[in-house]
Design a protein around this ligand. Structure first.
Ligand code: XMP
Length: 535
């Protein structure tokens, strides 16, 4: 399959570049910025994108690509740091700005006549993306910038064809090579013409074929799965979330259902009726060996007396491993079974740092490095059928496999479950109160058509009681916080701007129904500085 190779220098938006290119229909692969560009790495590559970075090119140890990138004969698009990198690598100069250029900035194009025999023809295909009519270089539009360095001298051979409102180089093209540079971020949704520019590069300049489709991916994954696994058993640890359910469906629809073992732990920290729903969904998908481990008592026991968030996370992680090992050995699958995980493309990335050095940071659905997973990985017995997909692609795949829409649309839920949404000590009673309140909140969001506008919504039980009235008497009730955020990937988040009417009605419904809750508040903090979860 044709692909665009993205060299990741650690920008927060590298993932978005990959997503946008795939939205155009071209397969995009992200590799660490300093990867060796061997023939294998370049197989199918039609073009290379150099990503942004938190570093400056003149920093000591600033990330740099394999020099082969410039001799591979492939078109290159440098974005932000990528452009600065290309400039510095070819004898240009990059210097810090006195003030960052940040946010929406107007960019004006001024394209000199380039000789058609040299860069002219090649640049024309790229500059098509800038034209409002899709025909040629546009005049002026607003892009999204975020940089503290700028080009103070272009490298020989480069021509400036776009300038920012502050007078800095914004778009450059090479006269002879198919090399292009943008000081702004076309991958960010607020960037006007961003997708057009990326598609002009990927389709127009690189000539990549639009071969990326979910049907094709599924076919390929299924063939590989069948040939790798043969008739050995496969065990998948199910959390009940979208990823593991889709991975389960893929296994069940590809292999013999007798081969597929699904294990799910009911930790007692799950949402209301979660276990019943998970079971029903997996059985509907044809699961024959569904092992549900009821371990609520163990988890609540391990959490007793713990108040510190990290201590709670650790207790949960450790217990997960203990129970997992015990239960897996009870299944008697022998040594030669495969372990499957619902790892996504984004899980392979050390949070915020790009695919970078630790490409295979492992996601186990409880966020701990499980010795079982490590051992299986070392033995080459791990299957990660979703590891090239983004979350929205996993949802599309879920739909293709016939998974219930309710599961496919589900908001993310943290591995430690309600334990990080009950501030302070966790008890069974508090879990029940929170479960009830959360279920009302979520069901109201769905009824009101708001659920799908929100990236993640949940209730948090605060370790505070406050005064209220019940009939003629004073009573102390728990305080509940509602959270709802919009986000692209959970790295940053904005508060969902609720219509006040909905908030008030939901609050009334909760306090009328869940008698232990006396007061409801709405969390109006963005991330940063707050995180999405409260612990
Ligand atoms: P924060 O709170 O870090 O959350 O802004 C970002 C996203 O990560 C989820 N989250 C977790 N997921 N284990 C998980 O599996 C955890 O310990 C954990 N903490 C936060 C959170 O729900 C949000 O989607």
């Amino acid at each position: 399959m044709d692909k665009i190779l993205i060299l990741d220098f650690g920008s927060q938006t590298t993932q978005l570049i990959g997503r946008r290119v795939r939205e155009i229909g071209v397969y995009a692969e992200i590799v660490p910025g300093d990867s060796r560009l061997t023939a294998v790495a370049l197989e199918g590559a039609r073009g290379i994108i150099l990503s942004g970075s938190p570093s400056s090119v003149y920093d000591e140890g600033a990330p740099a690509p394999d020099p082969a990138v410039y001799s591979a004969g492939l078109p290159i698009l440098g974005i932000c740091y990528g452009l600065q990198r290309m400039t510095a690598d070819h004898g240009g100069r990059v210097e810090p700005l006195s003030e960052r250029e940040y946010g929406g900035v107007r960019v004006k194009l001024d394209v000199p006549e380039l000789p058609a025999s040299a860069g002219g023809g090649k640049a024309a295909a790229f500059l098509t993306g800038f034209g409002a009519d899709g025909k040629g270089p546009g005049g002026e539009f607003t892009v999204w910038m975020s940089h503290g360095d700028s080009l103070s001298a272009l490298a020989p051979g480069f021509v400036q064809v776009g300038t920012s409102a502050h007078g800095f180089p914004a778009v450059v093209v090479h006269e002879k090579e198919r090399w292009f540079g943008l000081q702004f971020h076309p991958e960010v949704t607020h960037c006007e013409r961003g997708t057009d520019i990326l598609s002009a590069f990927a389709l127009g300049v690189c000539g990549a074929k639009r071969e990326w489709s979910m049907e094709k991916y599924v076919q390929e994954v299924r063939d590989t799965l069948r040939s790798r696994v043969g008739n050995r058993p496969v065990l998948l640890l199910i959390s009940g979330g979208v990823d593991s359910t889709v991975a389960g469906a893929l296994l069940l629809k590809t292999l013999d259902s007798d081969q597929v073992h699904l294990m799910y732990m009911d930790t007692g920290l799950m949402r209301k009726d979660e276990t019943i729903v998970v079971k029903a969904n997996l059985e509907r998908l044809g699961a024959k060996h569904l092992h549900i481990i009821h371990c609520e008592r163990d988890f609540l026991g391990a959490l007793a007396g713990l108040e510190e968030p990290e201590a709670k996370r650790k207790a949960i992680g450790d217990l997960f491993i203990t129970i997992q090992e015990r239960e897996v050995s009870r299944l008697g699958l022998g040594e030669d079974y495969y372990l499957a995980q619902g790892t996504l493309y984004t899980d392979l990335i050390e949070s915020g740092k790009g695919v970078g050095k630790k490409a295979h940071v492992i996601k186990s659905h409880h966020n701990v490095r499980s010795p079982l997973v490590e051992a299986k990985r070392n033995a080459g017995r791990i299957i990660e059928p979703l590891d090239r997909l983004y979350k929205d692609e996993v949802r599309a795949l879920g739909r293709l496999l016939g998974i219930d829409e309710d599961v496919v649309r589900r908001h993310p839920f943290p591995g430690p479950g309600l334990a990080v949404r009950i501030l302070g000590e966790v008890t069974r009673e508090k879990c029940d109160v929170l479960r009830d309140a959360d279920a009302i909140y979520i069901s109201e969001l769905k009824k009101r058509g708001l659920y799908d506008q929100i990236w993640q919504a949940f209730a948090v039980l605060l370790p505070i009681r406050s005064v209220g009235v019940a009939g003629d008497v004073r009573k102390y009730g728990w305080v509940l916080a509602l959270r709802a955020i919009v986000s692209e990937d959970g790295m940053t988040a904005d508060v969902y701007p609720f219509p006040m009417k909905d908030l008030i009605e939901i609050s009334t419904l909760i306090t009328n129904t869940v008698k232990d809750i006396g007061r409801v508040t709405y969390d109006i903090s963005s991330k940063p500085p707050a995180t999405i979860e409260w612990e």
